[in-house]
Design a protein around this ligand. Structure first.
Ligand code: NCD
Length: 312
């Protein structure tokens, strides 16, 4: 298995399939009375979060604890970072404590890569700037796989602020690697400037796309985008591209609604659309735990089987 997961490009289709299959065999731990495997007993994982996060941080913490690892949580606020400590010094401090794996979220694209050069621990990118969020892509694939047996030819539309989205970058790469067809939908100002080299379709017409796809993946719209001039107003965005129940009714019967969270209800997705039976947004959150357990298990836990470890 790979030493670091910095980009979804660090994996090949077999590696992705192995993580998804391992996640499926680990998933039932959440419903058992004793929710733990002993696999990572004695190993230490630090969550190094320089940017705010709810679900990603909690999900990594729970995943590590369910594998019996010791977990340290570090957030930049309240730490020596506020006194001016650099990423390198923080990394070396953590390394000196004998940590085995660093899960890092940072506002700068490339920070996890730099970190991986300074430490001997395994490094997992939990979201870096506008670059990538590979574990989000893995849990998204896992969630799609629960409904569709194959990614080959699966049609996925990613709607909204693709330009600033690390989730979109990782999802597009992962989906393409597995043979899915991706369409990016939204205002031209929120499409990536180099989108023509992404090998995707591009359109501003959401209502033309919805009837043709298997998954609509809605991205969060940040207020800052409006302030920076990318959007005239949030209400106009919502009127032209927001997913409400009227638009959701254009989808095929078995099509899914997904969103990485946190949602701005009433902006990119209406409260009703987010709660339709075809919405798998809370499944994504739940699946994040099994997917991250699988990744930690394969990166840190060695090769013995899940079954052997479960009965240990
Ligand atoms: C995303 C992130 O932080 O990159 N959220 C997440 O990890 N589930 C998406 C976002 O904040 O828009």
């Amino acid at each position: 298995m790979i030493r670091h997961l910095l980009s979804i490009r660090d994996l090949d289709p077999d590696g992705i399939e192995k993580i998804l299959a391992t996640a499926a065999s680990l998933a039932d731990v959440g419903s058992r009375q004793v929710k733990k495997y002993p696999t990572l007993r004695g190993r230490t994982i630090v969550n190094l979060f320089y940017e705010s996060s709810t679900r990603t941080r909690l999900s990594f913490e729970l995943a590590a604890k369910r594998l019996s690892a010791d977990v340290l949580n570090f957030s930049a606020s309240g730490s020596s970072v506020e006194k001016g400590e650099s990423l390198k010094d923080t990394a070396q401090t953590i390394e000196a404590m004998g940590v085995d794996c660093i899960v890092v979220r940072h506002k700068s694209s490339g920070a996890p890569l730099r970190l991986s050069k300074w430490v001997s621990a395994n490094v997992i990118n939990a979201g870096d700037g506008m670059h990538e969020h590979p574990t989000q892509a893995l849990l998204d694939l896992y969630t799609m796989r629960q409904h569709f047996p194959s990614f080959a030819g699966l049609r996925v539309a990613i709607v909204g602020d693709v330009r600033h989205s690390r989730v979109a970058r990782s999802d597009v790469l992962a989906l393409q690697m597995l043979g899915a067809e991706v369409t990016l939908v939204g205002p031209p100002t929120l499409m990536p400037p180099n989108a023509s080299s992404w090998g995707v379709e591009l359109t501003a017409e959401i209502e033309e796309v919805l009837p043709k796809i298997d998954v609509v993946y809605v991205l969060r719209i940040q207020l800052e985008r409006m302030e920076a001039g990318f959007l005239p107003s949030l209400s106009e965005y919502s009127r032209l591209w927001g997913l409400d129940s009227r638009r959701a009714a254009l989808l095929k019967d078995d099509a899914l609604i997904m969103h990485p969270g946190p949602m701005n209800r009433g902006v990119e997705v209406s409260a009703e659309a987010a709660e339709l039976p075809r919405s798998v947004i809370t499944d994504q959150v739940a699946n994040g735990i099994a997917t991250r357990m699988a990744l930690l298990y394969l990166m840190l836990g060695g090769e013995h089987s899940v079954e052997a470890s479960a009965s240990a």
